[in-house]
Design a protein around this ligand. Structure first.
Ligand SMILES: Cc1cc2nc3c(=O)[nH]c(=O)nc-3n(C[C@H](O)[C@H](O)[C@H](O)COP(=O)(O)OP(=O)(O)OC[C@H]3O[C@@H](n4cnc5c(N)ncnc54)[C@H](O)[C@@H]3O)c2cc1C
Length: 404
């Protein structure tokens, strides 16, 4: 006999991040009762602004709110971390050892940052000129490092594999260059961007204007390359050539480095029956259109933890959430409507302190602009304002409340 459940909910949501809170709010608006969210953190973060924190344009405190303030009224908050799921027995195990049962589960614990996959990185993070916009604590360090640098070498990287906000690794390079340019020191700084793929961006329509930005700032791009180690003491970064296995690794001296770590599903998801076995990153295996698990009828997933091959962004979640909600209601027999997600994602590619290329695209990938009458394949001031001001307002006041 399996373990006994300590409590049970109609809909259990794992993770009170962008995806979990949005889905909970929308389900509540549809009249669904007995919803619970498993979430260990005290704070909820609007991560898209961490790029602007690193670029010195936004205060980090403005990106966080108490978790309590975003959990919809009437939804139960289980303040604990999920450590396992038994989908055949419809239950989740918590770090406290308790088991919670469910009729339906929405799995949205986000993505795992694998700092240890880059040798030496954990030891030097936040020191020796090394930072990362990928955490609340480290994003302000990026700005400190940018401000301090007046000469030398700055390295920015994007790791191999799917990551959240694939544009973030290059956006911070552009913000740094813009700052150095405005302070007349850019010519004295060698800027290197290490990318795993053969192009600056996966959607050709946006890669073209981005190459103009790269040329304007004089950035040296190392394509098909990967940062494999960071030595904070000697200030050296080792880069592997992914296109040529026999090539010797390059060792580059740096004065500042912005490092984005490799990412994957959280370990407990990877080790669970929900994982996509065809991908070592182990995301929750869902149908890319219905967001329903491919093997379990009452399991849904969205956001960074799901296997759907969209660009992992909050913008994608805005389009995924109504699909999950509709298909969940349909599974409950409450509606006949089935919805389908087309892979929409948006990446506001900030290129300076007042310009942004608003890249919106779907699975194909083809551009899917919200404002088709505007030319979105160029740097725009109005889109910078959207990124800096309109999207945070939309996020806190509409999306998290299930109204967008
Ligand atoms: C630097 C940066 C820049 C970005 N820029 C943009 C952008 O410009 N535009 C955009 O749309 N997106 C951007 N994103 C991506 C966006 O923030 C994420 O895609 C989005 O937050 C994913 O939502 P999620 O709910 O899947 O995960 P998250 O929002 O990360 O939430 C996951 C939640 O699950 C909780 N959790 C973790 N483990 C467990 C567990 N075991 N049990 C229960 N709960 C757990 C966590 O505490 C967290 O609250 C950016 C991200 C970063 C880091």
């Amino acid at each position: 006999m399996g373990p006994q459940v300590n409590s049970h909910h109609n809909v259990l949501i794992v993770g009170g991040g962008t995806a979990g809170i949005t889905v909970a709010s929308q389900l509540k608006r549809k009249g669904i009762t007995d919803i619970a969210i498993i979430e260990p953190a005290d704070k909820h973060y609007y991560q898209p602004l961490w790029t602007l924190v690193g670029g010195g344009l936004v205060n980090v405190e403005s990106t966080e709110r108490p978790m309590m303030s975003v959990i919809p009224k009437g939804v139960t908050w289980i303040k604990d971390a999920a450590t396992g799921i038994e989908p055949d027995g419809n239950m989740i195990e918590l770090s406290s050892g308790r088991f919670i049962g469910y009729n339906y589960v929405v799995v949205a614990p986000g993505i795992q940052l694998n700092w240890d996959k880059v040798n030496g990185l954990s030891e030097t993070l936040g020191k020796n000129g090394v930072s990362s916009n990928y955490t609340y604590d480290l994003a302000p360090k990026t700005w400190e490092n940018i401000k301090k640098l007046t000469t030398g070498t700055a390295i920015f990287n994007m790791p191999v594999g799917a990551i959240k906000c694939a544009g973030a690794p290059q956006k911070i390079a552009y913000l740094a260059c813009d700052y150095w340019k405005r302070n007349n020191v850019l010519d004295a700084i060698k800027v290197i961007l290490v990318l795993p793929g053969p192009a600056i961006f996966g959607v050709p329509q946006f890669a073209k204007p981005l190459m103009d930005v790269v040329r304007r700032y004089g950035i040296e791009v190392m394509y098909q390359s990967e940062v494999v180690s960071v030595n904070g003491d000697t200030k050296e970064i080792t880069v592997r050539d992914l296109a040529n296995k026999d090539a010797e690794n390059k060792v580059i001296h740096f004065d500042m480095a912005h490092i984005v770590p490799p990412q994957s599903a959280p370990d407990w998801i990877k080790d669970s029956k929900l994982a996509d076995q065809s991908n070592p990153a182990g995301y929750v295996e869902i149908d890319k259109h219905t967001m329903k698990h491919t093997r379990y009828e009452n399991v849904f997933s969205l956001g960074d933890a799901g296997s759907s091959p969209n660009s992992k962004t909050g913008a994608a979640i805005r389009k995924q959430a109504p699909v999950v909600v509709s298909n969940l209601l349909s599974a409950m027999g409450k509606t006949a409507t089935q919805k389908s997600y087309d892979g929409y994602a948006s990446c506001p590619l900030v290129t300076s302190h007042n310009r942004c290329i608003m890249a919106e695209f779907d699975y194909e990938p083809k551009p899917t602009p919200t404002f088709p009458i505007l030319n979105m394949q160029k740097e725009r001031y109005d889109m910078f304002l959207v990124k800096r001001y309109a999207l945070p307002i939309m996020y806190w006041n509409f999306m998290l409340k299930g109204r967008a």
